[in-house]
Design a protein around this ligand. Structure first.
Ligand code: GRG
Length: 317
């Protein structure tokens, strides 16, 4: 997937979209727009004839509700950086968006964040009821593993096995689920920076790590690149969540497509609460610098991942 000369993305947070990587101009707006279109098409075709129809509808409702599609795009970009054909990673990219979407559906449930707005629409349980929302999430999670195991033609089985292991670890107790539990347990508590970092690295960072690692694994990346990608993912993962915390207090629900100001209502500890807005922004920028630094040895072919790192802190939604 290479960048075209013209631009067509309407995301205002992208600025000019022009970045320089490895001495060459790279049109990030065009890259993002093209990658997103391919991901949207793959997501649209990803659900088979699930029965009953009510379950399929609830799954599609959230999966095709928009969103930045950052996770699948990271996966495709990492696959290309490691020398693979992006299309080979598309089923895994779709799987990652399925896992992300199921985590959003469950996160919005009354037992968790109890939200009624997501991606600019009523949350899944508001439309389909709690029971179907839980089951739609379950079906998306399990379908994700089916995407990798059964729909990834052209990728050697031992690579797919490593991808499945990475996804299981990063989605489960050592990743998303563990981070979410500590997050819920920390509501209304005094939380120090170390615990906050733990929450962010697990609840948000783990899946971002799975994105770049799985993309690289599909291309057969060696340990040196995998390790650099882990460092990259740690930096952008933490920075992503710091910006999320900042946007929760600075952006409107209309722009975010989800309820703004939720962290204060839920009495959550956030980076702005612990460090203030300016220091939080500074820390996010520093983390992104560290992330980009890790990819310097591959800089000549890492333009998309370098630009995506900048996007993580320049985004407005
Ligand atoms: C994965 C088995 C399994 C269970 C899920 C509910 C739960 C356990 C975890 C919650 C994880 C969660 C919602 C973390 C927040 C991550 C985050 C910052 C989401 C927003 O991501 P964006 O901004 O959203 O990329 P879009 O809509 O653009 O995709």
């Amino acid at each position: 997937m290479t960048a075209a000369a013209t631009t067509s993305d309407s995301d205002p947070s992208l600025g000019t979209g022009k970045v320089t990587a490895g001495g060459e101009a790279f049109d990030f707006k065009a890259y993002l727009s093209q990658a997103k279109a391919k991901v949207e098409a793959a997501l649209d075709g990803s659900l088979g004839p699930e029965r009953p129809e009510s379950l399929r509808e609830a799954m599609r409702y959230s999966l095709l509700a928009g969103g930045k599609r950052l996770r699948p795009i990271l996966c495709l970009a990492a696959c290309e950086l490691a020398g693979g054909e992006a299309q080979l990673a598309m089923p895994t990219a779709v799987a990652l968006e399925m896992i992300h979407t199921m985590s959003l559906i469950h996160d919005d449930l009354p037992a968790m964040d109890d939200d009624d707005l997501r991606r600019g629409r009523p949350t899944n349980h508001k439309v389909y009821g709690e029971a179907v929302a839980i089951l739609a999430g379950d079906a998306l999670l399990t379908r994700a593993f089916e995407m990798v195991a059964l729909r990834s033609s052209g990728v050697p089985a031992e690579r797919l096995l490593k991808v499945i292991a990475e996804l299981s670890l990063m989605a489960g107790a050592p990743g998303l689920v563990g981070g979410q539990v500590v997050d819920l347990e920390s509501e209304g508590q005094e939380v120090d920076l170390e615990t906050l970092e733990y929450i962010h690295l697990h609840k948000t960072g783990a899946l971002l790590k799975a994105c770049v690692i799985s993309g690289a694994l599909i291309a057969g990346a060696q340990e040196e690149l995998l390790e650099a990608l882990r460092t990259y993912a740690r930096g952008i993962g933490l920075a992503f969540q710091i910006i999320d915390d900042i946007l929760d207090v600075t952006a409107s629900s209309d722009v975010l497509g989800k309820t703004a100001g939720k962290d204060i209502v839920a009495d959550k500890t956030t980076y702005p609460k612990l460090l203030g807005l300016e220091e939080s922004r500074r820390r996010a920028a520093q983390l992104v610098q560290e992330a980009k630094q890790a990819l310097q040895p591959w800089a000549s072919s890492a333009a998309p991942l370098l630009a995506l790192a900048d996007y993580v802190i320049s985004r407005d939604r």
